[in-house]
Design a binder for this molecule. Structure first.
Ligand code: NAD
Length: 462
């Protein structure tokens, strides 16, 4: 039996927030030693719950332990370790230069926490996407409320456990529920909102935040193109694309959504991808133990609806009882096909072909800015032409997904795929307000700025 997630009442939510505000105002979350200690506690608590996390991910999404470590827990450990190494440096006030007009004074910038941050998470990487923003929130000195997804109820219970054993409830809390709870949270006086989820709900979040002028980060989705040029290393490309597309059964915000392949290499690439699918998931992927399931039956039905949008050249089989859809590659689709109208978020891969790279640029640029873009080519000129002419959140050249897994690269979308970024230092910056201070000297006083100054204007115009 699934442990159903219940909505949390407005009254409870208000109480939670009041506790956080009171706690924050005690100033105890700000000392850097406190933050470091909490990050260590978070890491230890994840470690203590590791097996429970793996079990919950298996139940909610049929993730294998290997995949759960690679894409959820392992990423959290490296994010925490990276932050622990650098947070002292990031949190220090920074001196800046003094303008000539301000001679004698000093300028510096203090990063300060916003207060209480609300983190709303989706279901597809339900551990990582709830806790990775928390690393930034803690590092920057905030208190935080996490709202996990109601669609991964087993994971939600583990998150409650690992957070409540590591932290006091006035410091970090978990509020369970679905859209109703999420909307109640959005009506509160939060100091920051960090949302990961769909474009449509992102708009709801931004609208709610605008009523109170609460700053937001929106990590959204969209259709991320995967472009394979004629000079690509086809065998490697096939492996890396199959990995990126079918990990977590395609339910990855930055999964390649559709393939844009040069027509001269289309057949060879598709036949290589077919071999790789068999190598990874066997001849019957829906029966393979490590192949992910679709999160629930409504998403399963939505994806099933796409299967007749084109000609299936690989896969196409499914099993409703286990909510599995085989890795599927689909030809004969165009931009008007329903599968090309919205983010697929599942293991269906439509193929478009091109003969001129400028057509690719024009087609992608006509549509909302993607969260990710992948390009397989050995030509620096093609690389520069794509990265220079298409706006997208971030991406990889000759690989997929991997740009998300390094703390040195800020991760986020642009336009419809999101606003703001995080990971590594960028997480710290996201959850910090940078307060500018000018410290004036008392040793002397420039009188030209005062209304009584006779020659003030003349001096200033010089
Ligand atoms: P979703 O937008 O349906 O839900 C996300 C969160 O918002 C959940 O916690 C949910 O309870 C809450 N929510 C749902 N409806 C709401 C409403 N009307 N008002 C307020 N809150 C509401 O997204 P999802 O289905 O959980 O996740 C899939 C989407 O998330 C995809 O579009 C994917 O691309 C995107 N995503 C983006 C990233 C990223 O880092 N950019 C990562 C993962 C997923």
């Amino acid at each position: 039996m699934e442990p159903a997630v219940k909505e949390t009442s407005q009254k409870e939510i208000k109480e939670v927030l009041n506790r956080h505000k009171e706690y924050f105002n005690k100033q105890c979350t700000k000392p850097i030693d406190f933050r470091i200690e909490q990050l260590k506690k978070l890491k230890q608590s994840i470690k203590n719950s590791e097996q429970d996390i793996f079990d919950a991910l298996k139940k909610d999404l049929n993730k294998s332990e290997f995949e759960s470590y690679l894409t959820e827990v392992g990423i959290l450990y490296s994010e925490i370790d990276f932050t622990l190494k650098s947070v002292r440096k990031w949190a220090k006030p920074k001196k800046v230069k003094t303008a000539l007009t301000h001679f004698g004074s000093k300028g510096y910038i203090i990063p300060e926490p916003f207060g209480t941050a609300l983190i709303i998470a989706p279901w597809n990487y339900p551990v990582q996407l709830a806790l990775s923003p928390l690393v930034g929130a803690i590092a920057a000195g905030n208190t935080a409320v996490i709202k996990p997804s109601e669609l991964t109820p087993n994971v939600s219970k583990v998150i409650i456990h690992l957070v409540s054993t590591a932290f006091s409830s006035e410091y970090i809390s978990v509020v369970e529920g679905g859209a109703e709870t999420s909307q109640s949270l959005l009506k509160q006086e939060m100091d920051y909102i960090f949302f990961t989820g769909s474009v449509n709900v992102g708009k709801v979040v931004m609208e709610a935040a605008s009523k109170r002028l609460i700053p937001v980060t929106l990590e959204l989705g969209g259709k991320s193109p995967c472009i394979v040029h004629k000079d690509a290393n086809i065998k490697l490309a096939a492996k890396r694309i199959v990995f990126g597309k079918f990990t977590n059964a395609g339910q990855t915000c930055i999964a390649p959504d559709y393939l844009f392949v040069h027509k001269e290499i289309k057949d060879e690439l598709i036949s290589s991808m077919k071999q790789v699918i068999t190598e990874f998931y066997g001849h019957t992927p829906i029966a393979h133990d490590s192949y992910g399931k679709i999160v629930n039956s409504s998403h399963f039905k939505r994806l099933q609806g796409y299967l007749n949008n084109g000609r299936i050249i690989i896969g196409g089989d499914f099993d409703e009882s286990s909510l599995k859809i085989a890795p599927t590659i689909m030809d004969d689709v165009d931009w008007k096909s329903p599968v090309m109208q919205e983010e697929i978020f599942g293991p269906i891969f439509p193929v478009l072909e091109y003969s001129d790279i400028t057509d690719v640029i024009m087609s992608v640029n006509k549509r909302p800015k993607p969260l990710a873009l992948y390009l397989f080519t050995q030509s620096g000129q093609v690389e520069r032409s794509i990265t220079g002419s298409i706006s997208f959140g971030g991406g990889s050249i000759n690989d997929t997904l991997m740009h998300i897994a390094t703390p040195y690269l800020p991760f986020g979308g642009v336009g419809e795929s999101g606003t703001g970024s995080y990971h590594g230092m960028s997480s710290f910056q996201t959850f910090s307000h940078y307060k500018s201070i000018l410290k004036q000297t008392n040793a002397f006083d420039f009188t030209f700025k005062y209304p009584s100054a006779k020659h003030g204007l003349k001096i200033m115009r010089k």
